[in-house]
Design a protein around this ligand. Structure first.
Ligand code: SAH
Ligand code: SF4
Ligand code: F3S
Length: 439
């Protein structure tokens, strides 16, 4: 049996894809190892979204080569978005033996076999139909409570800064029935939470053979009906497509968690237009208003990019003021990193100096730190139902788990275990954790 080791980088889609890869390979007589020193096949499932993501992986490839030299016969493969972007150029210096893009994982057994015979192998063909729908992933999460389910692949938006449409290809939705079956299977195996994944989940659309259509809101409803004990989360929502119908499903089903990750990217209409995001600041704020009205207490998180092409101090001030106005619970904050081949790279000079990008990013981060603390503080005194994920980082006698709004809770507890639902009351907080007690 070949021992296979995979390191996963990038977004949750990659985590989910790695699980598909393990499933495909285990059907071909391979077994997973978490020990790189014993691996016959070493892989990285990679991300290209920012340059530093790729640089990190370049460093890992060097490390993998040290392993390879110490154990002849070991092969190294690159999967995922960087594989798709850089294709066979990755094999040029002999450090990488095989390359598989996100839609080529069914061919991995062949690619690995070829590489082991000393013949570099590359498959980066993108597909219009591949969704790996019938493949039951080999779950790699450590708690056995929370699972990812990929509901669509690719992306049809062409946000001008973003490499994803090039690395993941055209958007396609997965068969709704197969998603619901996977959710049932997770529940039967003890999972108590599923996260439905896509780059733009609100544009999910499945057409049944009889012509009837399943929207994202309808899909969430069907998954929520698997069991009231199965929590449903989803990511990522795009402001332009976030529907009232979805908000209605969220408010009707208590097991659909009250949390929306709604990347804003910028608070300036001029920049949003240049980014080719298809909404305005006003539209975004209106969606936030609708969320707060229809799903009271809903957690709200976002992504933002500082220093996009031509961004002025005035544009930046608009981002700060939007952050001030909305009060996100947390945010993933980045400075703009030009990606080769994207619309922005072709059309707009990357003209905000690095030190300005860094300073603006720091301003956003420090504002958001304050807002996070405000948001977490506002939960003090509230009661939440929490799904236990396991021992907290502190360990001994303390458990952790998330409230419906996605905030991490910790509390002293020696009675419960992962997968239980418990009632807690918030007594204190940091800017990233609610400190609670059992009620
Ligand atoms: N599909 C998701 C985002 C996927 S990429 C969406 O549409 O929101 C995750 C985040 O990385 C993006 O939301 C964006 O904030 C950031 N990002 C993408 N490309 C980037 C770039 N070129 N430079 C910096 N950040 C980028
Ligand atoms: Fe990238 Fe935009 Fe697609 Fe998100 S919606 S993956 S940011 S192109
Ligand atoms: Fe990265 Fe690809 Fe995800 S570029 S963010 S791993 S879709």
């Amino acid at each position: 049996m070949l021992k296979v080791y995979i390191e996963t980088y990038g977004c949750q889609m990659n985590v989910s894809d790695t699980e598909v890869v393990f499933s495909i390979l285990s059907a071909h007589g391979c077994e997973r190892t978490q020990d790189i020193n014993r691996a016959d096949v070493i892989m990285a499932n990679t991300c290209s979204v920012r340059d530093n993501a790729e640089q990190r992986i370049r460093g890992r490839i060097e490390q993998f080569n040290i392993e390879k030299k110490s154990r002849p016969g070991t092969v190294v493969g690159i999967l995922g978005c960087m594989a798709e972007r850089l294709k066979d150029s990755l094999t040029e210096d002999g450090k990488v033996d095989f390359v598989a893009g996100p839609d080529s994982y069914r061919r991995l057994p062949e690619l690995i076999e070829s590489a082991r015979k000393g013949k570099p192998a590359v498959d980066v063909e993108l597909s219009r139909v591949e969704t790996y729908e019938e493949i039951i992933p080999v779950r790699t999460d450590s708690n056995g409570v929370s699972a990812f389910i990929s509901i669509m692949r690719g992306c049809n938006n062409v946000c001008s800064y973003c490499v994803v449409p090039y690395t993941r290809g055209a958007e396609r939705s997965r068969n709704a029935g197969s998603i619901v079956r996977e959710a049932c299977d997770c529940f039967e195996r003890g999972y108590r939470e599923v996260t439905l994944l896509g780059q733009n989940v609100d544009s999910y659309l499945w057409e049944e053979p009889d012509g009837s259509r399943v929207s994202f809101a309808e899909l969430v409803r069907r998954v929520a009906e698997v069991s009231p004990l199965l929590r449903v989360r989803f990511s990522t929502s795009n402001p332009q497509d976030l529907s009232d119908e979805l908000l209605d499903v969220m408010s009707a089903y208590p097991n659909v968690c009250s949390h929306i990750h709604l990347p804003v990217q910028s608070g300036s209409n001029r920049i949003l237009e240049k980014m080719r995001r298809r909404y305005t600041r006003e539209w975004y704020l209106d969606r936030v208003r609708a969320i707060r009205e229809k799903v009271p207490g809903c957690g709200l998180t976002t992504d933002v990019i500082a220093g996009f092409c031509s961004e002025t101090e005035e544009d930046h001030a608009q981002t700060l003021s939007l952050f001030e106005e909305v009060g996100f619970d947390t945010a993933f904050m980045f400075y703009y990193s030009e990606r080769p081949g994207t619309l922005a790279a072709r059309r707009y000079p990357d003209d905000v100096p690095q030190e300005v990008k860094t300073r603006r990013l720091e301003e956003i981060i420090s504002l958001q730190c304050r807002k996070s603390l405000e948001s977490y503080r506002s939960d003090i005194g509230k009661r939440f139902t929490v799904l236990v994920e396991g021992p907290s980082k502190k360990g001994a006698g303390q458990l952790c788990g998330r409230a419906s709004n996605n905030k991490m809770c910790v509390w002293d507890d020696t009675e419960h275990k992962a997968g239980d639902y418990v009632e807690v009351r918030v007594v204190d907080c940091t800017s990233a954790t609610l400190l609670c007690e059992l009620v």
